[in-house]
Design a protein around this ligand. Structure first.
Ligand SMILES: NC(=O)c1ccc[n+]([C@@H]2O[C@H](COP(=O)([O-])OP(=O)(O)OC[C@H]3O[C@@H](n4cnc5c(N)ncnc54)[C@H](OP(=O)(O)O)[C@@H]3O)[C@@H](O)[C@H]2O)c1
Length: 277
């Protein structure tokens, strides 16, 4: 009896693989248009690179024209289809220009990677000011939502899409000295879950990545001194700091058809720091 049941289950699995009928991985993003914010350096640039290598037409941006020009030429040298513009995500007109440019020059929008963040404060949380909180919440949280709202109708026109927010391990466990920043990253976990059910009705998936310590300019204070870096390494299972490419690949996975049944989720990419469950 047991053998008969096992044979039936095995037969069923072979006939209908768990990918819902697709036997092969389908990670090509050819024909897709991807906006990545804060994408002239670090994690954003690595995400643009990874998406572009999978065939997406990428739209890069950041605050400084010189940085945009540099990123565009770097990606073009790698045969990636790319355009770029300046965009401070905290500025509504900049966001509108970014979205309009993608629609006019690339024909639509399928993917949004909301990666920009600022941290103008380090210290005891009680010493953080009204201005610090406004800046952090405006850029790190509100802009992520408002940009999603701006791209939404364009994704609907394409029949669906994918949004990825870049949070942080600090969103799960606030880092000492980085209270307001950590809270803004926790808010992105909530934003992901708040948006996912509503946008699923339009075939748009909303997910999030929470990187650990990744070697970029933004996190230099955490790894430039060997002593500080060694303290962090003690918390990791994989005994190296993360590289931007470690995050770019996971973002690209979330944007691809391989992740077609994942929404409202946050993937922590930390080398094993603060593993959950
Ligand atoms: N590195 C880490 O360890 C780590 C860990 C967890 C989470 N994260 C998150 O990862 C994201 C990217 O950080 P990163 O480490 O890759 O930083 P990064 O290497 O320093 O790059 C920052 C990028 O953001 C742009 N930028 C800064 N402010 C902006 C704004 N207001 N609007 C648009 N672009 C802006 C910069 O270019 P311009 O100067 O030209 O604007 C640059 O391209 C952030 O959300 C950060 O919170 C990083």
């Amino acid at each position: 009896m047991r053998r008969v049941m096992l044979r039936a289950i095995t037969k069923g699995l072979i006939a209908s693989p768990i990918s819902g009928g697709r036997m092969m991985s389908n990670t090509s993003l050819s024909g897709k248009v991807a906006i990545v914010t804060a994408s002239t350096d670090g994690i954003g640039l690595a995400a643009a690179q990874a998406l572009g290598k999978r065939g997406a037409h990428v739209v890069v941006s950041s605050r400084r024209q010189a940085n945009v020009d540099k990123a565009v030429s770097l990606l073009r040298n790698e045969n990636i289809e790319v355009i770029g513009t300046t965009c401070n995500v905290g500025n509504r007109e900049d966001r509108e220009r970014l979205v309009n440019m993608a629609v006019e020059q690339c024909g639509g929008i399928d993917i949004l990677v909301s990666n920009a963040a600022v941290n103008p404060f380090f210290g005891n949380i009680l010493e953080s000011t009204d201005e610090v909180w406004s800046k952090i919440l405006d850029v790190n949280v509100k802009a992520a939502f408002l940009l999603t709202k701006q791209v939404f109708p364009h994704m609907v026109k394409r029949g669906g899409g994918s949004v990825v927010f870049v949070s942080s391990v600090a969103g799960y466990q606030p880092m000492q000295g980085l209270g307001p920043y950590s809270v803004s990253k926790t808010a992105l976990l909530g934003l992901t879950q708040a948006l996912a059910p509503e946008l699923a009705q339009s075939n748009i998936r909303v997910n999030c990545v929470a990187p650990g310590i990744i070697k970029t300019r933004f996190s230099a204070a955490l790894w430039q001194s060997e002593e500080v870096a060694n303290e962090f390494l003690k918390l990791l299972s994989i005994k190296r700091l993360g590289m931007p490419e470690d995050i770019g690949g996971v973002i690209t996975f979330l944007c691809s058809e391989d992740a077609s049944y994942i929404t409202g989720e946050t993937i922590t990419v930390t080398g094993g720091m603060n593993c959950r469950l």
